[in-house]
Design a protein around this ligand. Sequence first.
Ligand code: SAH
Length: 461
Amino acid sequence: MNYLPIFIEIQQKPCLVVGGGDIALRKINLLLKAGAIITCISKDFCSGITDLGKQKRIICIKKAFEISDINSQILIVSATNINTLNAQISKIAKAKNIPVNVVDSPDLCSFVMPSIVDRSPIVIAISSAGKAPILARLIRAKLESTIPHAYGKLAQIAGDFREQVKAKFSNLTERRYFWEKIFSSVVAEKVFAGKIDEAKADLQAQLDSSNESEMGEVYLVGGGPGDPDLLTFKALRLMQQADVILYDRLVSSEVMELVRRDAELIYVGKERDNHSVPQDGINQLLVDLAKQGKRVCRLKGGDPFIFGRGGEEIETLAENSVPFQVVPGITAASGCSTYSGIPLTHRDYSQSCRFVTGHLKDGSMNLPWNELALEQQTIVFYMALKGASHLSEQLISHGMREDMPVALVEKGTTPQHKVYVTTLSQLGDLVEKTEIHAPTLMIVGEVVKLREKLNWFENRA
Ligand code: SAH
């Protein structure tokens, strides 16, 4: 971060603006909105500034800037078109530790003025640290169009009820839970529709009927194969409202960046990892946390119901009457094949597709080989890296062609996405001689050949 974003209270405090043109006027208007007492010094004033002076909303002094003008000011904006004067003002202000902003000269500033989305009391400030102001403005325009104006009103009403809510819920987590419920409830809808009195009555009713220490909830969320853009809206929403996140190694760091900033993060590793929490432990932990009233997001790679043991986790929840929701995610087969330019089915090459695990519960690989070694189908093997050579031997001995194309997709959809293409007979050799890292997905079938034409992700500009 180049700057620390803070909001300064300047109500009824003296602020100085040097310069009398349109740019100075824009800054004055902003400072006025925040309630400052403004003195504007310049040899000439534009009509807008002159008007504000006549209306006694600011103090206009027609003169050249002098060092003593800075005395007792708490904030200074220099908006003159004389570079040496701007530099002088910046130097003096900095020497006196008074925050100074020189318009369009980031080097001379000790603070910058961000782009603003104003839904007072909610204010969003956007800064590019002077690197890309137009981009900051575009972001602002996006936010302007997506955040209803009534959010300001909603925040105001919340402020009115704040003390009551504090008195009712002694615990911070419960207060947060209450407010999050309110902000996504009919109360918010009524504020947006302009029905303020009804909204207040609803809020009061919900407050009166709320109990402390309610049971929490578990969200079993599919985090997809790695690229955060592949998350669903629902996944993102629940990741951002959970109090606790339980995650494992398959969840990419980019996806983890999107969980609620102050959520408690619990790493539960992976089965084969020595430091991991065993599956029974995870199941029980989910139950315990929910019973403490927490909203728990169990974040899993890919889809929780595809080789994710998600079923086992929520079975325990169901047995303990803990409410839960399941959010599907893009499974590795889908993400990896798409980003590798390999359609899983194709009218000419493959009319069906099977998802198979290369790692069985007892460690063996006792698969229905006869059903797998067929033409015109695609087989996607999850967790198959270790058993790759055994797998290729079995498929060949059950009649699959030795030259059947195979793709290994390493860390699919992430910035480290890498694809190895080989044939069934060469597979063991490739895995032995190359350092291929987990997670890796294996795709077997004629469709792998289509990648030569369709490999969009690695070939993109
Ligand atoms: N529930 C997950 C799968 C868990 S099993 C899903 O739906 O995707 C773990 C296996 O998934 C790994 O051994 C690997 O074969 C595969 N996998 C998961 N993410 C992957 C990725 N980004 N790239 C390649 N393979 C992946």
